[in-house]
Design a protein around this ligand. Structure first.
Ligand SMILES: CC(C)(COP(=O)(O)OP(=O)(O)OC[C@H]1O[C@@H](n2cnc3c(N)ncnc32)[C@H](O)[C@@H]1OP(=O)(O)O)[C@@H](O)C(=O)NCCC(=O)NCCS
Length: 139
């Protein structure tokens, strides 16, 4: 059910992300730039240009984590609205953690927006603990 993402998955993943940005607009309103950046990173991880993990449950869920060992940075776990609460997010993170450990990573660092209360609760339930505070200054 879970497998590495392939270039052929990019169109439905892009749609899943676009749906998510509609559901939860970003605090900075820079959805277009973020979409381009995520797309670029997804392709780079799939092709091996950038180290990381891109895993999917086809058409329903995607996980994108990237960076060289020892720290893997989470760029998101997204489950399609109609497929949530079926354990897919948990399944993806469990498989990603297993693969990451085997590849020499020692930790996963994620930085959800503070207003994404559900995601933070879900991550904490999955064993993530707060360690850093990210401060932002608008320019
Ligand atoms: C957060 C997200 C990835 C969770 O994925 P999921 O597949 O729906 O979650 P799971 O089925 O694995 O849920 C595991 C547990 O998390 C908790 N949880 C998940 N969604 C919840 C919700 N809407 N309300 C309350 N608890 C929730 C529950 O404890 C759940 O266990 P249970 O169903 O046995 O009660 C998914 O809701 C999602 O894609 N959200 C939008 C994108 C996002 O915020 N991504 C994360 C940050 S980048």
């Amino acid at each position: 059910m879970v497998r590495p993402a392939e270039l052929g998955d990019v169109p439905w993943i892009r749609k899943l992300w676009a749906d998510w940005l509609q559901e939860a607009p970003l605090p900075f309103g820079d959805e277009d730039e973020v979409a381009v950046g995520q797309d670029h990173l997804l392709r780079a991880v799939i092709t091996g240009e950038t180290p990381g993990l891109a895993l999917v449950v086809p058409e329903d869920a995607v996980l994108l984590w990237a960076g060289p060992p020892p720290n893997l940075h989470g760029f998101g776990v997204f489950v399609a609205a109609g497929a949530r609460r079926r354990g897919l997010g948990t399944l993806l993170t469990a498989e990603a953690c297993r693969l990451a450990k085997a590849a020499g990573y020692r930790r996963v660092i994620v930085a959800p927006y503070v207003n994404n209360v559900l995601s933070i609760a879900w991550l904490r339930g999955d064993g993530f603990a707060p360690l850093q505070t990210v401060l932002v200054k608008e320019l």
